[in-house]
Design a protein. Structure first.
Ligand code: AKG
Length: 316
């Protein structure tokens, strides 16, 4: 475990909160916001957003319906398996292995939501899990809006000629974007058989653009630049942000996609309890060509869809 005093920066988003259509670009508060995000993404690679006006009641509802879903019998959950085409549906325990070097799959289950998947057959029924579909659908909009604000702030931080460049490549209709909402459940230690070197969520960096992460309790560890892992501190009302590998590539390594993980440490009081988290994975539109923003050829241009397909192929 690394130095736990290396805390993740907490950034006040009041200058670009969800109720503002656009910020006052010349205000000191907005400039400070841009500078803080830029600093975080060029150093530790993670930051917490606070004061963004994110609706707390929507988050509360997400925790509840997610728990209801994951507590259903396996035979019901398994009726709605992840559909690889849309990346929508249920993924059972040990199915996903985020660190291919670990011998066993991750000790977690999850449900991915992709909004184009309106078909009822791909969702638990209202009798099986009341409000599951409507609550997940309702959580999508504030996540989408907040992630677009972060993308714009990043464009300013990098002093792009067009600060909206990233936003403009995250706008296509849902059929043409891999942006996904994921709700995760890590069962209590007593409810699982832990195999050697098994993790709740193996070491990995995210694949796409930027991720928003909501955590119900601690457990996430983030790799430091020294190479060890530190606990991400919990922040009341904080939404954790990090970037994915495709964004690191796009920024020609100016912004860093940092590895993270969740372990099952049987000696820690926290990790023997069940844990929930929710991730919103923002992904560039499928037809976006990701070319280094500095004009360099540090990375060859890559099509967003080809890239995500390649990464999923290695995970499942
Ligand atoms: C992922 O699903 O990619 C995560 O990193 C989840 C992290 C967490 O549960 O805190």
């Amino acid at each position: 475990m690394g130095d736990s005093t290396d805390n993740i920066p907490v950034i006040d988003f009041s200058a670009f909160k969800l109720s503002l259509d656009k910020p006052d670009y010349d205000s000191e508060a907005f400039k400070k916001l841009v500078q803080s995000v830029h600093h975080a993404l060029t150093t530790i690679g993670f930051f917490y957003i606070v004061n963004a006006d994110f609706p707390p009641e929507k988050l509360e509802r997400m925790w509840k319906v997610s728990k209801d879903f994951f507590h259903l019998p396996a035979e019901i959950k398994n009726k709605y398996p992840r559909n690889p085409k849309e990346n929508h549906g249920y993924v059972h325990m040990e199915r996903e292995k985020l660190n291919p070097d670990r011998p066993h799959g991750d000790l977690k289950e999850l449900f991915n939501y992709h909004p184009m998947t309106a078909e009822d057959s791909l969702w638990p029924t209202e009798t099986e899990c009341p409000n599951f579909k409507s609550v997940l659908s309702d959580f999508w909009d504030p996540c989408l809006a907040l992630h677009q604000r972060v993308l714009e702030v990043m464009g300013h931080g990098l002093q792009l000629e067009d600060p909206l460049l990233f936003v403009k490549h995250h706008v296509k209709s849902y059929e043409n974007s891999g942006t996904t909402l994921r709700t995760l459940y890590y069962p209590a230690f007593k409810d699982v058989t832990v195999k050697e070197e098994q993790a709740r969520c193996g070491e990995h960096s995210d694949y796409g653009g930027i991720t928003l992460l909501f955590q119900e309790r601690p457990g996430l560890e983030v790799r430091t630049r020294k190479g060890d892992f530190m606990q991400a501190q919990m922040v009341e009302g904080g939404i954790l942000v990090n970037i994915g590998d495709l964004m690191q590539r796009w920024t020609a390594d100016k912004y860093l996609a940092v590895k993270h993980r969740v372990l099952l440490d049987t000696t820690s009081e926290e990790s023997v309890k069940p844990r929930q988290s929710i991730a919103f994975f923002g992904h560039p539109d499928y037809d976006a060509l990701i070319e280094c923003i500095d004009g360099s050829n540090k990375y060859a241009p890559v099509n967003s869809l080809d890239y995500i397909n390649m990464r999923f192929g290695l995970t499942y």
